[in-house]
Design a protein around this ligand. Sequence first.
Ligand code: HEM
Length: 445
Amino acid sequence: METSPTPELEEIQHFLVSRPAALAARYEFLTFRTPASGRKWLAGLIDKVGTAKAVHPTRLDSRWVTIAFTSNGLRALGVDEDALATFPEEFRQGMAARADILGATGTNHPDNWRGGMGSDDLHAVIILFACDDKERERCRVEHEKYLTQHEGVEVLSTLDLGAIPSKRSGAHEHFGYRDRLSVPAIEGMGDEPTPGSGKRIKAGEFFLGYPDEEGEGPALPRPEVLSNNGSYIAYMRLEEHVGAFRDFLKQHGKTKDEQELVAAKLMGRWRSGAPLVLSPDKDDPELGGDMQRNNDFNYKEMDPHGYGCPLGAHIRRMNPRDTAVNMERRRMIRRGGTYGPALPEDAPEDGVERGIAAFIGCASLVRQFEFAMNVWMNDKTFHELGNEHDPICGTQDGSFDFTIPKRPVRKKIKGLPQFSTLRGGAYFFLPAIKGLRYLSELETS
Ligand code: HEM
């Protein structure tokens, strides 16, 4: 029986709850030169922010606005130090300060980040999802005009996102994999978990102020009007090295079919989305696109040795399902999309930056996001593999392996190249509507 309080959908920003039919997006990263300018800018936008109640995947709209703040941003708006001290330490430190924990070393290090990420001046992000490029452009111009009335609010950088054209249905990322297939279902949000996705997760795993999987949930940061119904979102701008990825497939697969199999082994799914556990030997695009079937599998019983899905494949690491304990406390909600132009098939690497710019939503950056980065993605000994990191987005420097279990002889690929590089990141707090209003009305002495 569900006894948890019903989430306040008219309060919670829509961002982590409903995924609207957006084909385009724009992120604008902002700094507030004075508290008053930031508050005034925010006050005029709150009515445009979509709530979980108003935004629904099937209800047609044209644009959906989300606003979130770094710890420095909350301070810049006038939240005092005593209140800030009640927010978790990792959020206050910010992502750049936690680079080591996240494996952001070498070319991934914050020293190399782009667009003002990692700087103390990064205060806020305004996230715009739009139904198409035209609507995104209209909103870009509108926000530009709005900013001219708010001297003191400056844009540090922006990023435009767009869907990758594909002959196949569904959203794909630059390596060609179908994405947006797995998402945790949350109690009280009305959505049924798709078969195999596990039980509905308590709202407190994603939104502050609700019971979580362990109990009543942690104490709310103060003031409660600011934190209640809020979430943390970890931003990552991950460049995808498509040329290197395709070269790797060619190097390890003589025929197109062999190359597709190598790609599937790295991910744990065929590029169509079909999971290797259910379809180990050949692709099954129909299965890939069927949300009632494409998550309906486990690892311990169905593929304990990784003969289908390798133990170190991306999806097996990022959600080990029945092969890890405490899974209900580690789930994350992924939002975002692709940026940069698609690299045409058979075109050589052109050096243009392209990738995924995603936000990972949770109630605890340490327990959910950082654990995933530190243990699942970048622990060499995960599943007793010995010398491996996540092949898609783990830290790679040419010294790690990737094992493909097989009978009678397994295949070990040595010296995996780096397929993605972290180009920027930040920790944001995503307040609910009352929290946004509180910030916009703050007074500083
Ligand atoms: C270049 C970077 C990345 C690429 C290309 C990528 C791509 C994908 C794809 C294609 C899927 C399968 C579709 C799905 O299950 O929805 C997936 C699943 C997933 N990814 Fe990533 N991803 C990347 C980075 C990350 C990062 C940084 C995280 C988290 C910190 C992450 C967490 C997950 C999770 C939790 C799943 C779902 C696994 C499951 O429930 O079975 N990914 N990713």
